[in-house]
Write a protein that binds this ligand. Structure first.
Ligand SMILES: Cc1cc2nc3c(=O)[nH]c(=O)nc-3n(C[C@H](O)[C@H](O)[C@H](O)COP(=O)(O)OP(=O)(O)OC[C@H]3O[C@@H](n4cnc5c(N)ncnc54)[C@H](O)[C@@H]3O)c2cc1C
Length: 313
């Protein structure tokens, strides 16, 4: 097996590791190997890794918390760039500008969004409390325009910082450029390999009552624990169709508890599939097709996956 390659960058060594099991980097615990994988924490490390990938003529796939991904059993060819660190490290990188009415915060892409929700509540900043309890990190959440409890990333987003793969230049994009809608952005729907890696995001947050916000954040976290399964999963598999809920339709179709190979539709929430330990990406794809066919047969509604399939030979 080829050995780990070490690159130098102004902020430290970047390790490019061959043949890394991606099941360890996705909340579904599914996925074959990354041909190469690098974890980066800032723009200089991203630049070093991207320059190496260009020299090696390898495509680049960015991942965050891996909580909205179905990685193929064959893994991902090229370089998988994981923009992630410990939550504690990410928090030390947050930059804050405050005045009497509002706060402008710059948050690194690797900041866990749940921590962002709790942190903003503790500081008395409104607009992001819905993030409390959500898996994933800011980079992935921005790409997916994640949302819950009536809020979405785009609501408070002012700009994102990206590094372009073509020339490794840093750009600041106004939020409007994402053309965000329900679980949609132009970045999420761009063909792979994609042109940019998200490095950070700036949010503008009005001031609110910290005590009330902390209470709300705790309620949101607690709600997730009782309404959603705790096993290996990737959250909601399908987006909600207009005027209904995917979980409701799957439940009404009598599909809760159905298994295909190692994957099972949660008894607790019809839109969640849980990996019993041995599930493959192929099991999940078959389950997606089974659900789509049955829900269409019974209700004439075509469910659209929210999770992203990535990788393959
Ligand atoms: C139990 C559970 C509950 C969930 N509940 C919700 C919910 O209520 N609402 C909701 O919206 N989602 C939910 N999700 C899905 C998921 O948590 C969110 O969509 C989350 O924001 C994805 O973030 P991530 O870091 O895991 O992204 P990933 O899954 O790693 O990646 C998502 C997308 O972003 C891209 N990407 C990631 N990082 C970068 C980067 N730095 N630069 C460029 N592209 C990047 C990836 O290529 C991919 O296209 C849930 C998931 C789980 C497991």
């Amino acid at each position: 097996m080829p050995e780990t390659i070490e690159l130098t960058s102004p902020s430290g060594t970047v390790k490019i590791r061959p043949d890394q099991k991606l099941s360890l980097f996705t909340t579904f615990r599914i996925g074959g190997p990354a041909q190469f994988m690098a974890r980066v924490t800032d723009e200089s490390q991203a630049e070093a890794a991207l320059e190496w990938a260009e020299q090696m003529d390898l495509p680049v796939t960015s991942i965050g918390g891996g909580s909205n991904l179905l990685v193929d059993d064959a893994g991902i060819q090229g370089l998988v760039l994981a923009v992630r660190t410990t939550g504690k490290d990410a928090e030390t990188r947050v930059r804050v500008e405050e005045d009497d009415h509002q706060v402008r915060i710059w948050v690194p892409a690797q900041m866990p969004i749940s921590r962002l929700g709790h942190l903003s509540a503790e500081r008395g900043w409104t607009g992001l409390v819905w993030c409390a309890g959500l898996p994933g990190v800011v980079g992935g959440a921005v790409v997916n325009n994640a949302g819950a409890h009536g809020g979405e990333m785009i609501d408070q987003l002012e700009t994102i910082d990206v590094i372009r793969l073509a020339d490794r230049k840093i750009e600041s994009w106004p939020a409007e450029k994402l053309n965000a809608a329900y679980r949609y952005t132009v970045l999420k729907h761009a063909p792979r390999p994609r042109d940019v890696v998200v490095l950070g995001a700036t949010f503008v947050l009005p001031r609110g009552d910290a005590e009330e916000l902390v209470k709300q954040a705790k309620e949101f976290s607690a709600w997730r624990k009782q309404a959603q399964p705790t096993g290996a999963c990737a959250g909601s598999v399908f987006t909600n169709p207009d005027g209904s809920y995917a979980g409701y339709l799957i439940d009404k179709a009598g599909l809760k508890g159905t298994t295909v190979g190692g994957v099972k539709i949660s008894e607790l929430h019809g839109n969640f599939m849980v990996n019993s330990g041995e599930a493959t990406a192929e099991d999940v794809r078959q389950m997606i097709a089974l659900i789509q066919d049955e829900v269409y047969r019974q209700f004439e509604v075509r469910l659209v996956p929210e999770i992203e399939q990535v990788g393959g030979k």
